[in-house]
Design a protein around this ligand. Structure first.
Ligand SMILES: Nc1nc2c(ncn2[C@@H]2O[C@H](COP(=O)(O)OP(=O)(O)OP(=O)(O)O)[C@@H](O)[C@H]2O)c(=O)[nH]1
Ligand SMILES: [Mg+2]
Length: 407
């Protein structure tokens, strides 16, 4: 038994923006991609990776990764993604694929909103003249849909819930937590949302409709943090929209999901050397590439990688994990001298854990017994002992010393 901090990223947006292309590029899983709305109906779930400089490069050792991969000094750590059907205005009331779509993001801990930055698809995802649709509208509409969906779930018994809490002096937070746990909303989110809105929870039954919506909207922001992927950045009308999107209160990643998919597939077939997130690639087998493939790769290099630094897919996953969810990567080991586990594997695993995790909490992530019988831990970088309350840092390499021998 382990305490797990695994997180799920939801890839969302209106139809036809490139969500499945983004998902396929990130996971190399097959997903249907087409140039019309509602190509995806059933959600696709798959495994992508976040990238972090591998700790082995700091210690001058050769590693033997187990729960992750190490490619030329870069650790790729698996994370789960879900790609869902497109959302159209009014979905919360059941339009389009409506509530079914929304239900699929219940478990998502953070949202990657894929926007068609070129403005070449209307608010329902139908093709229009590039530049004709304003992608900023898509951002506002998506916020509203998710807030209204959450509100509709909570509204059902809000009056009863808030009155009962007041009449019986029951803990409103606990009642809300129970009501909202199915949406992946935790007590900490509810506390943060009430603090941010400044609403008085002891008098929740007197909240106006506006108060209630303000509360739910804030709850959405804290429980489902979101970043914007400005996709189709290869199209000329995207550039100006990117600047406008950047003025919103979100992290915005310029992206060409199509280019990432092409690069990842070429790398998979060993035609090029390319790691997800790299700012360039080298062609390894020129003779196996047709002239048109070589031209396509050159265009990606010039128009996307040189101009934007990367295709944006990997950057979005990394930002979602390390910024939106505020996670860090920590390596558990047993033997501090050799940086290995009990089988002699060097730096086998890396865990993604919330920033603020203590040494003892980390021991619980490795194994419950290790948490229970924790004595102290050793930081392999300076070989110093650390106590149970020491807060771990990104890329720490930690050995836990416990009273019991692990089996
Ligand atoms: N120019 C350009 N087109 C892209 C890019 N990414 C995806 N597309 C195209 O956009 C269209 C829609 O892609 P999908 O990945 O099926 O979009 P979706 O958001 O999953 O669509 P639904 O499942 O219908 O909601 C396809 O024609 C893709 O080839 C990109 O980076 N640039
Ligand atoms: Mg799709």
């Amino acid at each position: 038994m382990q305490r797990s901090y695994s997180r799920l990223l939801g890839v969302i947006g209106k139809p036809n923006t490139g969500k499945s292309t983004f998902f396929s590029a990130a996971t190399l899983a097959l997903a249907e991609i087409a140039n019309y709305p509602f190509t995806t109906i059933k959600p696709n779930r798959g495994v992508g990776y976040v990238r972090t400089p591998c700790a082995h490069t700091d210690f001058n050792v050769k590693d033997n990764p187990k729960n992750s991969m190490c490619v030329s000094g870069v650790r790729l750590v698996p994370v789960e993604l879900i790609d869902v059907a497109g959302l159209v205005p009014g979905a919360w009331e059941g339009r389009g694929l409506g509530n079914q779509f929304l239900d699929e993001i219940r478990r998502a801990d953070a949202l990657i909103h894929v926007v068609d930055a070129s403005g070449g698809t209307d608010c329902e995802g139908r093709l229009c003249k590039p530049g004709e649709h304003d992608p900023l509208e898509d951002v506002r509409f998506l916020e509203k849909e998710i807030t209204m969906w959450m509100a509709s779930i909570l509204k059902k018994d809000w009056a009863k819930l808030s009155r009962t809490a007041e009449a019986e002096s029951r803990d409103l937070y606990a009642m809300l937590e129970e009501r909202l746990s199915g949406l992946g909303i935790k007590r900490s989110h509810i506390l943060e949302a009430t603090k941010k809105t400044g609403l008085i929870t002891e008098k929740a039954s007197t909240w106006s409709e506006d108060d209630f919506l303000k509360f739910v909207n804030t709850l959405r922001q804290v429980s489902k943090p979101m970043l914007i992927v400005a996709n189709k950045i290869d199209l000329p009308s995207s550039e100006a929209n990117l600047e406008r999107l950047r003025k919103l209160d979100y992290m915005v990643v310029p992206c060409c999901a199509e280019a990432e998919l092409a690069l990842r597939r070429a790398a998979e077939h060993k035609l090029i050397d390319y790691k997800p997130g790299d700012s360039g690639f080298t062609i390894s087998q020129t003779e196996r590439l047709s002239q048109s493939q070589t031209n396509a790769l050159e265009t990606i290099k010039e128009k996307i990688l040189v101009q934007h630094g990367s295709t944006g897919v990997q950057e979005a996953l990394n930002l979602a994990y390390f910024k939106l969810l505020n996670m860090i990567a920590v390596y558990p080991i047993e033997d501090v001298e050799h940086l290995s586990d009990h089988n002699g594997r060097v730096l086998p695993d890396v865990y993604l854990i919330p920033n603020g995790t203590t040494a003892r909490q980390f021991a619980y992530v490795i194994h419950t017994e290790l948490g229970e019988s924790f004595i102290y831990a050793i930081n392999a970088r300076d070989k110093k002992r650390i106590g149970e309350d020491t807060i771990l840092k990104n890329r720490d390499v930690i050995s836990v010393v416990s009273a019991r021998k692990r089996t």
